[in-house]
Design a protein around this ligand. Structure first.
Ligand code: ADP
Ligand code: MG
Length: 694
């Protein structure tokens, strides 16, 4: 249960004075559903009203606060002209300008002959010094209600800056004094103040420096957020390790058969990863491991060998892929191997007839099916394994921590191996996968030839197509990726269809195929099959082929509208070629003019094939949240931490969390209790249930 002291922070904005039914939804849209979200809604800028010139010295284009005496009201001659109030000081006249005036109101706040402080944007119009719609008009005895430095917040349509500022100010009044959860030595070393003080300071910047992420107040808040994240992951990890777990020891006989059939030797990196996996499986605790390897590094066979250990001991294995294309690809790779090794496998996707599905489910339940391959249908209700020992989740970046937990609830003592082809920078690995151990495939299978990458303007399309004619005659296989027009598969599919029609006219109907996300699974499979077997030479595609598709014969990749793709995506796409024995090439076609960022991305693609380097570069060019697409990636959505800037704090938070838990595993010491509050504050309460005492 959330501690009572936090209740005020988890009210809705509607509970704030001055926020009614009209404003509340707007504030929620801008910041979030709780008062706490307003605290996390840090200013993006500030308005400095501290310049207080005399009228004649007021500089055009600046924000100034000026003390004036009201001279006279000048009503507009026509409706379209503004209402003016002429004011003065001992250096000259200042005209206040109002469009669509509320005259009564203006008469009240600007009575003739009275002294007022006004603050706003200074302009000159003909010979007049003007302020149009001053931000503040206050009498001298209310001077302190005019903030000389004002934070500026991101707002949404319909919300004025003033309303937003007031809402945040009201929210700040709710900030409770909380017991310190940070280590005292760290606070001192970093020059950080208490949480409540840091929140206040972050919202009352005095200079631009105070707005920058490395300012002490913002840094402290970012660290709080990172610590909550790491603590939650550490608790989850400790919990998973304690529960379930079983020892799987295989002789390796099945693995040997598989290896003799694939016809290659494992790379050193694959050997090392496999050893990590085997010793995890042998240990009585539950395996929670991430297998990270660039595209084409050979993760599938490693997973399969791990699955063989489970199967050999009489238990079951499962392999889950994010798309149906991938699930089928795994199935067709593994099926002949399984036959040779003598175990049974089945493919479960979302589109079986009821009877067929029932039969598979029965086989899974009674153990007749030893390895089940599928999409996430595999872990839905109704699928019960007789004895699931190892679950492998491929291309993990599409699943988040929550799905991991869910999956983990399936088998009593199921070991879990997640695989990702996204070479995530280290800092991000910790955020997203801090609950997992990591094996990295940092070496590609031998014999890979470099992919020759070239960058060309779309005007040279004709030339490329001419080249392809020759290439097709020589039996090369080509992926042609169409531009990402927008986040709509419909629009993207249309673009791909147009290109498909165009290429068919030139190449002939038989050579060119089309695949996109609007096609039925059966249609997609048929096209993939034709491309795999070489009946089709050119496959026009949307990014549905981005993840995992393995057609070693494909050796030419054309990416149209390459400037629209992110680095990671370009790298994933290019990774579809360069897998076979022949030389490969990748042509990045762009539409001029290129933005500086797009130019940098394309240059990087030409420079290297190293996925980890590309990922680090990507992190520099874009924010961490964007990097994988937060929603897809399972990356937590940080409000305060910016991993590009606070990345070094992440490792610190991980160690800090581990140390705190090693001293006080159930968080019952005074600091432990404060850390619990921290978890609630950042809405990581799902982690609290892993604690014994409450
Ligand atoms: P990814 O890591 O992207 O999933 P895959 O598992 O699809 O990579 O492997 C890419 C290709 O490399 C496949 O065609 C696979 O058969 C091949 N491969 C994997 N390991 C080796 C190896 N040790 N030697 C040669 N080829 C390998
Ligand atoms: Mg793969």
């Amino acid at each position: 249960m959330r501690p009572e002291i936090l209740f005020p922070l988890f009210d809705t904005p509607l509970s704030l004075p001055g926020v009614g039914k009209r404003l509340a939804p707007l504030i929620e849209r801008a910041a979030g559903p709780h008062i706490a979200d307003l605290l996390w809604h840090l200013p993006i800028n500030l308005i400095d009203r501290s310049t207080r010139p005399k009228v004649s010295a007021a500089e055009e284009g600046t924000i100034a606060t000026i003390q004036i005496t009201v001279d006279k009201h000048i009503p507009a001659a026509t409706k379209r002209l503004p209402y003016k109030v002429r004011c003065f000081d001992d250096t000259g006249y200042l005209t206040l300008v109002f469009f669509h005036p509320h005259v009564d109101y203006l008469k009240r706040v600007l009575p003739k002959g009275e002294i007022r402080l006004v603050s706003g944007h200074v302009a000159r119009y003909q010979d007049e010094i003007q302020i149009t719609h001053p931000d503040y008009i206050v009498p001298l005895d209310e001077e302190d209600t005019l903030p000389l430095i004002e934070p500026v917040y991101r707002v949404t349509a319909g919300l004025t800056p003033k309303t937003m500022n007031q809402a945040v100010a009201r929210a700040l009044e709710r900030v409770p004094p909380l017991a310190e959860w940070q280590d005292a030595a760290l606070l001192k070393q970093r020059d950080w103040s208490s949480w409540s003080d840091s929140v206040m300071r972050a919202h009352t910047p005095e200079s631009r420096e105070d707005l920058s992420p490395p300012s002490p107040a913002r840094e402290r808040l970012a660290y709080d957020e990172l610590l909550a994240n790491q603590l939650a992951l550490a608790l989850m990890r400790a919990h998973l390790r304690k529960t379930g777990g079983r020892s799987i020891t295989a002789s390796g006989a099945l693995a040997k058969i598989i290896l003799s059939h694939v016809g290659y030797q494992l790379t050193g990196a694959q050997e090392r990863a496999l050893k990590d996996i085997s010793s995890d499986m042998e240990a009585p605790t539950r395996m929670m491991r991430l297998l990270q390897g660039d595209v084409g590094s050979g993760k599938t066979v490693v997973a399969l060998l791990g699955l063989c250990s489970a199967i050999e001991t009489g238990a079951q294995g499962a392999l889950m892929a994010p798309t149906e294309i991938l699930a089928r690809q795994h199935f067709s790779f593994i099926e002949p191997l399984a036959q040779a090794a003598g175990f049974t496998i089945a493919l479960l996707t979302g589109r079986h007839k009821a009877a067929e599905r029932a039969k598979i489910l029965e086989g899974v339940a009674d153990g007749a099916i030893q390895l089940l391959i599928g999409t996430h249908a595999l872990f839905q209700e109704g699928v019960t394994f007789k004895d699931l020992a190892l679950a492998v989740v491929d291309e993990q970046h599409r699943f988040g921590v929550h799905q991991r937990l869910q999956l983990q609830g399936k088998g009593g003592a199921t070991d879990i191996l997640v695989m990702t082809a996204t070479p995530i920078p280290r800092t991000l690995t910790l955020t997203a996968y801090g609950d997992l151990d990591v094996s990295r495939l940092d070496e590609k299978p031998p014999g890979r030839r470099p992919i020759i990458t070239s960058v060309m303007p779309i005007e040279r399309l004709g030339q490329i197509v001419d080249h392809l004619k020759t290439a097709v005659r020589e039996d090369h296989r080509v992926f042609w990726v169409c531009p990402l027009v927008e986040e709509s598969e419909l629009v993207n599919a249309t673009a791909a269809e147009d290109r498909y029609v165009h290429l068919r006219e030139i190449m002939g109907d038989t050579a060119v195929g089309l695949i996109h996300g609007r096609m039925s699974s059966a249609e997609k499979d048929a096209v993939m099959d034709d491309f795999q077997t070489g009946r089709l030479k050119i496959l026009v595609a949307t990014t549905v082929i981005e993840v995992g598709v393995d057609v070693p014969e494909a050796n030419i990749m054309v990416i149209e509208g390459a400037e629209r793709f992110g680095l990671a995506q370009l790298h994933q796409l290019r990774g579809r070629v360069g897998r076979g024995a022949r030389n490969s090439s990748c042509v990045l076609l762009y539409n001029a003019p290129l933005s500086a960022a797009a130019r940098a991305r394309l240059a990087m693609m030409r420079e290297t094939e190293d996925g980890f380097r590309i990922a680090e570069e990507d992190l520099k060019l874009r924010g961490a949240g964007e990097l994988l697409g937060t929603k897809q990636s399972g990356l937590p959505d940080f409000r305060l931490a910016d991993l590009q800037i606070h990345g070094d704090l992440m490792a610190l938070a991980r160690n800090d969390a581990a140390l705190a838990l090693s001293k006080d595993p159930d968080l019952i010491s005074p600091r432990g209790k404060a850390l619990r509050t921290l978890l609630y504050l950042f809405e990581r309460e799902e982690a609290v249930r892993f604690l014994r005492a409450g």
